[in-house]
Write a protein that binds this ligand. Structure first.
Ligand code: GLA
Length: 671
């Protein structure tokens, strides 16, 4: 049982007393002993809530394991402090063994995982070793979402019963991303105790937040039921962190952790992307695309991504997934000359693939109908089906196709898509993908992978082991993106978060948005363009070029900066500050998402600065103030020098502006 997870206690704290202080009473209507809320709560001991493990035996009967013979092994770090705990327990009568690990990363993260070996049994549910919910927790923040509406923050307030989030369709999903945040009373973005957790798994999971009638609360994460193979189960890693500095404290810890654990590409200078999807869709014409590539390079793109439509006979989404050979009708000379053209323009060449999928109208399916995951008569999703990666022939085939492509064409980047849910959750599928990606990365270490699943349908720390970028959403609508990326920053750093400047008339919302707004919103993260550059007016192209130049000039520190969400008293404003690792500079993006209720802007209080330091703050885009901004807020006419304390407590007043625009406030520490 983990007794304390939170603010550090004094080193001399007596652990026996700490334990004794938590022992619960017994009253009427209860068992005579209160079952412990251990790292794997056991129903056999009278635990009335969701147990940590549920097993089914060969007769289909539920088994309550009798775990005894508990051993605990401690591994110590160089400093002599415990670094990890290995807990083992056995149910000798049934031949079941349980193993748990709880480890500290040394950088503020706790990681836990568990495994069960139970010959002849099906492990229906296995929770990663539990971390305690603090007594002053007032609820859980987690995300719901949908296609073009990812990472919608929602709040669950503790009350008796269960709040369950379950991604049953074999991927982490738009609907229930595997993240949760436990807030303590009064926590805000900038203050209060917060604990954030991630279940690092792409294959479907379950989260249970439960309050028992005795008042205790638990938070469990595990694979979606039905995922585990017979006889053995292993949870994914549960990664968690505590902060006494509000949501921004845990966000900072997660952003830094992700930046470190993901692929090295995310830590190298991020190239500005151009993606041709919303410009041409399936309609590939090399002459047009060459022209588009020239224009993209002229705008400042450094990587050109050829999206869906280049292979098989892929004129729409009904055909050809699985046939990873170039469509010679569209590309008579193959892709190499085009890739070389892209390179000659100073850009890297990237390609879209969706290797885990197959259309029934494909040579692959006609040759291998038995490679499908699940029954042949299942309904299709986007006209497609999933390949069974647990079959070694399937994995071998996909590897060979991709390996050939990567060898024949100078590709430095794959946009790896996954546009259909699985027929069921199956851990073998994720393990198959893991090995495929490991093998591919070993063979082609220079190739960066981006994870995409109809936008943000597979964003989790499992896939981020292989992919250094996430396609956060298929919505290139800057107004939607402003919100989505702001909320996703509770876990995701800028360097992994793709954000593109979309078309003037947004294809997924019908909105018409100004180029300044589109450009600055994309500039908040890993920037790219995803419109037909031929639609840009001279003026739009000039503005886009200038924001892109600004992005490039600042990318080195910004892609490693901490993104802190600002608590702004105006709900129409979505604001964040990005602070450089050395604290010497920052940039604030204050997005006016809607018209404010009051007539004037409220001062914006910053965060994450040194109270005693002085900063020069400059409104980068003061020229965007409309004629209706008739007054004279100081920032309109030049920089101000203020202390961190003044910026964080009193704040700064930005000029009035139309909705659908972003103020960009740059700051640098002055000696
Ligand atoms: C998915 C992706 C898009 C695009 C299309 C191509 O929907 O999310 O960005 O790549 O597939 O078919």
């Amino acid at each position: 049982m983990v007794i304390h997870w939170g603010a550090p206690l004094p080193v001399e704290e007596d652990l026996d007393s700490l334990w004794a202080a938590q022992v619960m009473d017994v009253t009427g209507g209860m068992m005579d002993e209160t079952a412990p809320l251990s790292i794997c709560p056991e129903a056999r001991l009278g635990w009335a809530g969701m147990p940590g493990a549920v097993l089914i035996d060969e007769n289909g009967c539920r088994v309550l394991p009798h775990l005894t013979h508990v051993t605990v092994r401690t591994e110590r770090s160089d400093l002599g402090r415990p670094q990890s705990l290995n807990v083992s327990a056995e149910d000798p009568a049934r031949g079941i063994s349980y193993h748990a690990v709880l480890a500290l990363t040394g950088e503020g993260m706790v990681q836990t995982w568990a495994s069960v070996t139970a010959p002849g049994h099906v492990v229906e549910w296995l929770a990663a070793p539990l971390l305690p919910v603090p007594p002053d927790s007032d609820g859980v923040l987690d995300f719901s979402g949908r296609w073009i509406g990812e990472f919608q923050l929602q709040r669950y307030e503790w009350r008796p019963g269960i709040h369950m989030r379950e991604a049953r369709q074999g991927r982490s999903g738009h609907e229930h991303p595997p993240f949760a945040v436990l807030t303590s009373r009064g926590a805000t973005n900038t203050a209060g105790e917060v604990r954030a957790l991630s279940y690092d798994w792409s294959g479907g999971h379950r989260m249970i937040a439960e309050e028992l009638s005795d008042g205790r609360r638990q938070l469990q994460f595990g694979h979606a039921p039905g995922s585990h193979s017979k006889g053995h189960a292993r949870t994914a890693t549960l990664t968690a962190t505590f902060s006494g500095e509000g949501l921004n404290g845990t966000a900072r810890n997660f952003q830094r952790h992700v930046r470190k654990m993901t692929t090295p590409h995310a830590r190298q200078p991020r190239p500005v992307h151009y993606n041709c999807w919303e410009a041409v869709y399936f309609d590939h014409d090399p002459v047009e695309l060459r022209d588009i590539a020239c224009r993209a390079a002229d705008l400042g793109a450094e990587r050109f991504v050829l999206d869906d439509g280049w292979f098989g006979r892929r004129d729409d989404d009904r055909t050809s997934l699985g046939d990873w050979t170039v469509d010679r009708r569209k590309w008579p000379e193959g892709l190499r000359p085009f890739a070389e053209h892209v390179e000659s323009l100073g850009m890297g060449f990237g390609l879209w693939v969706e290797p885990e999928m197959v259309n029934k109208d494909s040579d692959l399916y006609r040759a291998h109908p038995e490679w499908l995951l699940g029954p042949a008569d299942q309904p299709s999703g986007r006209q497609q089906f999933v390949l069974d990666l647990a079959q070694s022939a399937v994995a071998e085939h996909i590897f060979t196709c991709l390996d050939r492509l990567l060898t024949e064409v100078p590709i430095t980047y794959l946009k790896w898509d996954h546009n259909r849910v699985l027929p069921f959750a199956d851990e073998r599928q994720v393990r198959g993908l893991d090995s495929l990606l490991d093998r591919l990365t070993l063979a082609h270490p220079g190739v960066e992978i981006e994870t995409c699943a109809s936008g943000g349908g597979r964003i989790d720390l499992g896939i981020l082991r292989h992919a250094g970028r996430v396609w956060l959403s298929d919505s290139n609508d800057a107004l939607e993106r402003l919100r989505i990326q702001h909320d996703a920053a509770l876990f995701l750093p800028a360097c992994v978060t793709g954000s593109h400047v979309g078309p003037r008339h947004c294809h997924t919302s019908g909105r018409t948005l100004d180029i300044r707004f589109r450009a600055w919103v994309a500039a908040q993260r890993h920037m790219g363009f995803e419109m037909d550059p031929r639609e840009l007016t001279e003026d739009e192209a000039r503005i886009l070029r200038s924001v892109t130049d600004w992005w490039k000039a600042n990318r080195d520190w910004r892609m490693a900066a901490d993104i802190l969400r600002l608590d702004h008293p105006d709900p129409a404003v979505i604001a964040e500050i990005q602070v450089a690792q050395d604290g010497a500079r920052f940039v604030v993006f204050a997005g006016q998402a809607a018209a404010s209720a009051q007539s004037l802007t409220r001062p914006l209080q910053l965060a994450g600065l040194e109270a005693g330091a002085r900063y020069r703050v400059t409104l980068r885009n003061a020229d965007e103030a409309p004629p209706l901004s008739r007054g004279a807020p100081a920032l309109k006419s030049g920089p101000l020098i203020l202390s961190g304390q003044a910026l964080m407590r009193q704040g700064v007043t930005l000029p009035w502006r139309f909705p659908e625009g972003v103020w960009v406030l740059e700051g640098e520490r002055v000696p």
